[in-house]
Design a binder for this molecule. Sequence first.
Ligand code: NAD
Length: 389
Amino acid sequence: MKLWIIGAYGIVSTTAMVGGKNLEKGNIGKTGLVSELPWFEGIEKFAPLRFEFGGHDIRPLKNAYEAAIEHWNLNRHYDINLLENVKEELKRINAKKGTALNCGSGIEELGEIETLDNLTLSEIVERIEKDIKEFADEETVVINVASTEPLPAKSDYHESLDKFEEMIENDEKKYATASMLYAYASLKLGIPYANFTPSVGSSIPALKELAEERKVPHAGNDGKTGETLVKTTLAPMFLYRNLKVLGWMSYNILGDLDGKVLSHRDNKESKVVSKDRVLEKVLGYSPYSITEIQFFPSLVDNKTAFDFIHFEGFLGTKMKFYFIWDGIDAIVAAPLLIDIARFLLFAKKKGISGVVKEMGFFFKSPMDTNVVNTHEQFKILKRWFEELI
Ligand code: NAD
């Protein structure tokens, strides 16, 4: 299968490329891949573990190997031999120049960038479509793993497909964000699209309409990989035992490019909203909550989250619970890119179109559903697969 990755030179993307190519060669095990669990037996026939990668980025690097080695030098997050094993394949992956329209002040942190943004909206979309079309076949999925954008300016242009296309025609750049334009191009070409970031992507009514019209499946938003995964797995315990959560503090610190971009208030806002909403959805009420994300350079990709939960039990007695998540962001995220792409391709081959709500298990802010309880989400994913296979 083919994966077209928006943000192809990022640490999550290049780690997925290294993993994908090593899986293909049988150099590594399948730990971390949800799609390889026994409940999903049979997926291989629809989405084999053989990959070709391409994508868009805005940093003018030579190729995915140069990007991967840069990330590896800072993080040393896996055995270097795994990168050297696939060096030639990664050298052949050259990202195409993308758009950074309304991507916020955090983009300054990426250093030198090259974009298509001097073109009109119609021209940008045309270029993106052409790049994807040249790469794609019937077994292609597009996935957005670019830096997190700010929340978009509200506009009627997002409310219907006709309006969205009018926005493009009128070159109303103020209301279009990069993630929308990539999603638009993918869905228009009939290619399944997933949004691994909290950016808006395909979640506006106009693009949901396009996906239905073109009969394409899509899913998002924001990969559920670390602290939010633990939170939405643990919070149901308080619900099941009728314990009242009085307050929940989540304090996240991380370094790396992602952390740098998220240190900008406008870019951070979408991430905080995405992480913060889950408690109310799991518990049915909103306890006092603090969600913070702060840049901590020396940690690089090693994200640490401190969670403090204050809760009330029998006789009104108050108790406390703490946990620390110490994850390596790219390592928890990369296999999910492969899983999401496989399930989307499976969905396409089964004739599913529109938002695949059943894939909510993979996301912090799943589209079109309020189910964020990880246990429930996993059951839903399994049932969906069992019924279709
Ligand atoms: P990164 O900074 O290493 O990579 C982002 C890449 O996107 C960079 O190469 C950058 O040049 C590129 N980019 C930025 N804007 C772009 C645009 N408009 N078009 C094309 N390319 C663009 O970040 P990362 O750690 O790989 O994370 C990527 C995204 O995934 C972030 O939005 C992050 O919030 C999200 N995410 C990550 C995790 C995780 O790592 N566990 C979980 C959920 C979501």
